[in-house]
Design a protein around this ligand. Structure first.
Ligand SMILES: *Cc1c(COP(=O)(O)O)cnc(C)c1O
Length: 398
């Protein structure tokens, strides 16, 4: 049976889709319905952080499913408490509270609502190229015109600034009838093409926030949890935010979003002012605990740094032989290969050749492999990418 054809009848055409139907996964390998194998450098857009069907996650889900699947947060639950205890062993030390959500966009919604109430200011500075999700609030701080233009008007008082221009930020904050209360930043931009900020940028933003009493939100939904070779991408520059958004891989593939906050910020929110029915449900919490165990005990953050380095060196070698590569960027298992052309053919060729890759813009290949990747598969992946680039050069006659 071919499920692909039927899916489209129901879900419409709102996602770009690829001609492959995935049946099974383990670690960084996927198999389609015909049993063909793929190296997964797409990593479910970063969700497959601790690997597909991670044993710890499987066991936790099985055990919890037999005990209790749902429990509203108005009732206490021991699985949720276990998860919270684990979460705050890895969280930045200044963030002591959390709001439970179910997706990245939801965690951003909570962040901007709470920050507005705490600062009593409506203005938000976001950065050019930013991606924070597509619900109305999150979309308001997302940069890409393509996502925004059909849904205007969005939130008022959002100001976009270049991903390097701290002077402009200072100017806006000092401006006449200044409304700015919040700055929201991805420490490394994912969606836009694995953009790494200039060395001092986050430090300058942090000091502007400190000087003016602004709330700094880090959206670590893609870059967090070891993805970049450190637990938090902000650690590369030694910078802590006041609020941090998480989602994607936090619960091993079960939906969960989290908004971590400094105590004072959450403390200003009153009973009923924000909520979510699924918040902190035991199944997601059990999977979340298993994910943190895997990150810590299986040393996946260290592996992300080590394998990421090897992967990046391999890609830098490819840049010497393939002139169609413009730049290699990223940290750990969050890498981008900027090409001189649209990469569509390379992605489709990848599917034929047994490797799944991601778009980032039209011309940037994004790699978000599971952090469990080993040296052998990394070598295979680099060889496959080499082949894809060679084929692309043949197609384009360069
Ligand atoms: C994926 C992502 C989001 C949105 O998460 P959803 O779960 O799709 O709503 C927000 N910010 C960043 C940085 C992301 O990578």
């Amino acid at each position: 049976m071919n499920y692909n054809i039927n899916e489209e009848n129901f879900v419409g055409n709102i996602y770009q889709r690829f001609p492959v139907s995935i049946k099974k996964g383990k670690g960084c390998t996927l198999w389609d319905i015909d049993g063909k194998e793929y190296i997964d450098c797409m990593g479910g857009y970063g969700v497959a952080l601790v690997g597909h069907c991670n044993d710890r996650v499987i066991n936790a889900i099985k055990k919890q499913a037999e005990q209790l699947i749902t429990c509203h947060i108005s009732l206490y639950n021991d699985t949720r408490l276990d998860f919270l205890n684990k979460l705050f062993t890895i969280a930045p030390t200044n963030l002591n509270k959390v709001f439970f959500a179910n997706s990245g966009a939801e965690s951003v919604e909570a962040a901007i609502k709470f920050s507005r109430k705490y600062t009593k200011k409506t203005g938000i500075i976001a950065l050019n190229g930013a991606y924070h999700g597509k619900t109305f609030g999150a979309l308001s701080v997302t940069y890409n015109e393509k996502y925004r233009k059909s849904f205007l008007p969005l939130l008022d008082d959002v100001y976009f600034v270049s991903y390097s221009d701290s002077e402009k930020i200072e100017e806006l904050v000092n401006g006449p009838n200044n409304k700015i209360g919040t700055i929201i930043v991805e420490p490394i931009q994912g969606e836009t093409g694995i953009i790494v900020p200039p060395v001092d940028f986050l430090k300058k933003i942090r000091s502007i926030c400190d000087k003016h009493g602004l709330v700094l939100i880090f959206d670590e939904i893609q870059s967090g949890l070891g993805r970049t070779g450190k637990m938090w991408a902000g650690q590369h520059w030694d910078i802590k935010p006041d609020i941090m958004c998480l989602a994607k891989g936090i619960a091993g593939g079960i939906p969960m979003g989290l908004t971590l906050l400094r105590s004072e910020i959450l403390d200003c929110i009153k009973v009923g002012e924000h909520s979510s029915t699924f918040a902190g449900n035991p199944l997601a919490c059990a999977a979340g605990s298993a994910t943190i165990d895997s990150l810590v005990e299986d040393k996946l953050v260290e592996n992300s740094e080590k394998i990421g380095k090897m992967f990046k060196e391999g890609l830098l070698d490819l840049k010497d032989t393939h002139k169609i590569i413009r730049e290699i960027r990223g940290f750990g298992m969050m890498m981008g290969i900027e090409m001189k052309f649209d990469i569509k053919d390379i992605l489709f060729d990848g599917i034929k050749s047994g490797i799944l890759l991601l778009y980032s813009g039209r011309n940037i290949l994004r790699l978000l492999p599971p952090l469990v990747m080993d040296e052998d598969i990394t070598k295979k992946a680099i060889n496959l990418i080499d082949k894809l680039l060679y084929n692309e050069e043949k197609r384009r006659n360069v």
